[in-house]
Design a protein around this ligand. Structure first.
Ligand SMILES: Nc1nc2c(ncn2[C@@H]2O[C@H](COP(=O)(O)OP(=O)(O)OP(=O)(O)O)[C@@H](O)[C@H]2O)c(=O)[nH]1
Ligand SMILES: [Mg+2]
Length: 422
């Protein structure tokens, strides 16, 4: 099965919490604070690899979570960083933020890396809070908690050359003649059900060829399979437009040529502008005279340069390979897609949400709350006083009142639960 579009969820690792610890030795009964910092959470990293050519591996695994940072420890030991989650994707994978629909990365070249989400920061250990007025802080900061996000992976194959034409015209046969690929070939339409890639070597150089399912009239309106797969030739530099000049299927070969161009045009103006080499296929099925007469008709009606091949006898195949190499040398390399301005990896430091549980308890959550609460230690009286003042200052009490908060109501903020009194 071929899979070229999939939605997955990704989450960077949480930061580890800072430690609360005090140095204790035989000589110093009550030494200073030595709680170390929490470790950083692991990142979510996408890497393009030429060893994959479909997104099939994402069929069953759709959730990716990087490792959490470890908590800090005594003797000022910083917690270990969480392990990055490395997600391999085929070259040409475009990453789209599922929420905003914006393109956030285009991994078009082997080895390209993209850090999609950064791990959470570790919390400070109690050693960090030591000051001249606070010699023995009994508190530390918890690690930053990260949110999971959804992205769509869409594969837009990267190849130099795309094979385009009606079904059964010999596209896969040509791919098998010019490259190491071994596509399925058979005498019925829609033998090819998904794109095949092959590497063609000629004169010590190589280029990549993509063979896609055949197109039919109405493809751009969804007829057949071809339309769906045209995205896999959107990024080629050169199209080989194959036409069965033997008319073995009973269609007029010049009509075929025009219809395919029309479908390309309807799919995308850009694709229609991609340079083409017109290739007559199955010439072995015609006599010399028949071929000459048909070619004369093509010259009269279309009058464009063309080449001719037989996948059966290999006639013309070497010439075609050389012509492709020569043409490619004149064409610019395709650039990756433009990345749109986005705030995908922007941490949520601003949201405050208030919800109510069935029993009437008010629940306050959101990115701004998460950040604020990391530094609050209930067991420390000064910290708790800070918490109470901050609730007023941040406007949370007012927001709660707007939602009907009265004396005696229960308010829950992360792990903190208290009864409200004016
Ligand atoms: N005689 C002759 N037969 C050919 C030639 N090229 C391909 N064929 C035959 O034509 C049939 C179709 O070939 P494919 O290569 O599968 O055609 P395709 O364009 O990939 O077809 P789809 O995948 O269905 O779009 C097969 O039976 C091939 O053996 C050729 O040059 N000469
Ligand atoms: Mg085929």
């Amino acid at each position: 099965m071929f899979l070229d579009r999939v939605k997955i969820s990704i989450k960077a690792g949480n930061g580890g919490s800072g430690a609360i610890s005090f140095l204790r030795t035989k000589l110093v009964a009550n030494g200073g604070p030595d709680g170390g910092e929490g470790g950083k959470g692991g990142n979510i990293v996408f890497v393009a690899t030429k060893n994959m050519n479909t997104l099939y591996s994402f069929r069953f695994k759709k959730k990716f979570v990087a490792g959490d940072g470890e908590n800090g420890a005594k003797k000022l030991q910083t917690g270990a960083s969480g392990k990055d989650e490395i997600i391999e994707v085929p070259c040409g994978t475009v990453i789209i933020d599922a929420k905003s629909d914006k393109i956030i990365a285009d991994l078009y070249q082997d080895g390209m890396k993209f850090v999609a989400l950064k791990g959470g920061n570790g919390g400070h250990g109690n050693a960090y809070y030591k000051s001249s007025i606070k010699q023995a802080p009994h508190y530390s900061q918890t690690g930053e908690v990260t949110q999971s996000r959804e992205v769509v992976l869409e594969l837009k194959t990267i190849a130099d050359v795309g094979l385009v034409g009606f079904p059964n015209v010999g596209k896969s046969t040509l791919l098998s003649c010019v490259s190491n690929a071994n596509p399925k070939i058979a005498n019925y339409p829609f033998t090819t059900l998904y794109p095949n890639l092959g590497v063609c070597a000629v004169k010590g150089q190589t280029f990549v060829v993509a063979d896609i399912p055949g197109l039919i009239e109405g493809a751009s309106e969804g007829q057949g399979l071809g339309h769906y797969f045209l995205k896999h030739v959107e990024r080629v530099r050169l199209i080989l437009h194959l036409i069965d000049i033997s008319e073995s299927e009973g269609r007029d070969f010049i009509e075929d040529y025009k219809k395919i161009n029309l479908e390309l045009e309807k799919y995308s103006k850009e694709l229609a502008k991609t340079p083409q080499i017109i290739v007559f296929s199955k010439i072995d099925l015609l006599s010399e005279e028949e071929f000459t007469a048909k070619r004369a008709r093509f010259v009269k009606e279309v009058n464009l340069p063309h080449l001719e091949i037989s996948g059966a006898t290999m006639k013309g195949v070497e010439e075609l390979k050389l012509a492709v190499l020569e043409k490619l040398a004149t064409l610019p390399k395709k650039a990756p897609l433009d990345i749109e301005e986005h705030d995908f990896d922007k941490k949520d430091n601003t949201s405050i949400n208030i919800t109510r549980e069935d029993n009437g308890t008010f629940v306050v959550s959101g990115g701004k709350i998460d950040n604020f609460i990391r530094g609050v230690i209930l067991s420390d009286t000064r910290s708790f006083a800070y918490f109470q003042t901050k609730l007023q200052e941040m406007g949370i009490i007012d927001m709660l009142k707007e939602r009907g908060l009265k004396n005696g109501d229960i308010v829950k903020i992360k792990d903190i639960e208290f009864e409200y009194m004016d």
